[in-house]
Design a protein around this ligand. Structure first.
Ligand SMILES: [Zn+2]
Length: 234
């Protein structure tokens, strides 16, 4: 291997580490959004359960109000019935009274059903409250973990960038310029090993001359196809 290559390989390694750290940092907002979405979902379910319970209770109160109203109507008919003299009027009121009574029965059955439904919904609300509390706690922990992760990653990145500056000065400057150009194009691997006579980056077959140059290591060797800097491992 050309003696200028090991410092460049060390630099490439740290550049790859920097790229990984930056990628991890860039992914943090998505992780944060996921945490908030899970929490928002739990809160929404709780709200829906509460609304279902409240509307059932409201409906039950309405029905109870209607039953009271029917009761008053029934009392009115019964009072009128005592005062009528004609048989057909009496019969007509009896008919009305029966109708009101059956309506009351029907409404009372509905109230019972609504009470049962209300009890079941109260249990739902309790369960959703418990889940929302757990989601809140989970979100709190995950926010904290993500904040810690971010601060750890930023520290590592700062260290790596400092390390990179130091290492860059140890690299042959002409080679470094070539490397920087390649990094811009190929991003993470600009210095690659020769693999079975092929470029370790683009995998194209290398010419005999290039292969020989890489093996001897007296001159720099570049891939004939992609221009990557080549080395022979070992
Ligand atoms: Zn290549």
């Amino acid at each position: 291997m050309h003696p200028d290559l090991p410092p460049l390989l060390a630099l490439q390694e740290i550049d790859q580490q920097i790229a990984r750290l930056r990628l991890e940092i860039a992914q943090l907002p998505l992780a944060r959004r996921r945490v908030e979405a899970v929490l928002a979902d739990a809160k929404r379910k709780l709200l829906e359960a509460k609304q279902a319970q409240q509307s059932t209770e409201l409906l039950r109160r309405q029905k109870e109000g209607e039953i009271e109203e029917l009761g008053r109507r029934l009392a009115r008919y019964q009072a009128q019935q005592m005062q009528v003299r004609k048989n057909e009027e009496y019969q007509a009121l009896s008919h009305e009274i029966l109708q009101v009574k059956s309506e009351v029965e029907r409404e009372e059955e509905e109230v019972l059903l609504l009470l049962e439904r209300g009890d079941a919904l109260k249990i739902d609300v309790k369960q959703e409250e418990e889940k929302a509390r757990e989601a809140e706690e989970e979100a709190r922990q995950q926010r904290k973990a993500l904040a810690e992760k971010e601060s750890r990653l930023r520290d590592q990145l700062a260290d790596a960038e400092k390390d990179r500056e130091r290492r860059a000065t140890a690299v042959n400057q002409a080679l470094l310029a070539r490397y920087q150009n390649l990094v811009r194009g190929h991003r993470e691997n600009a210095v690659v090993p020769v693999v079975h006579g092929n470029c370790g980056g683009c995998h194209m077959k290398l010419t005999r001359q290039t292969l020989l140059r890489a093996e001897v290591g007296a001159e720099f060797a570049f891939c004939d196809n992609c221009g990557r800097i080549l080395f022979v491992a070992g």
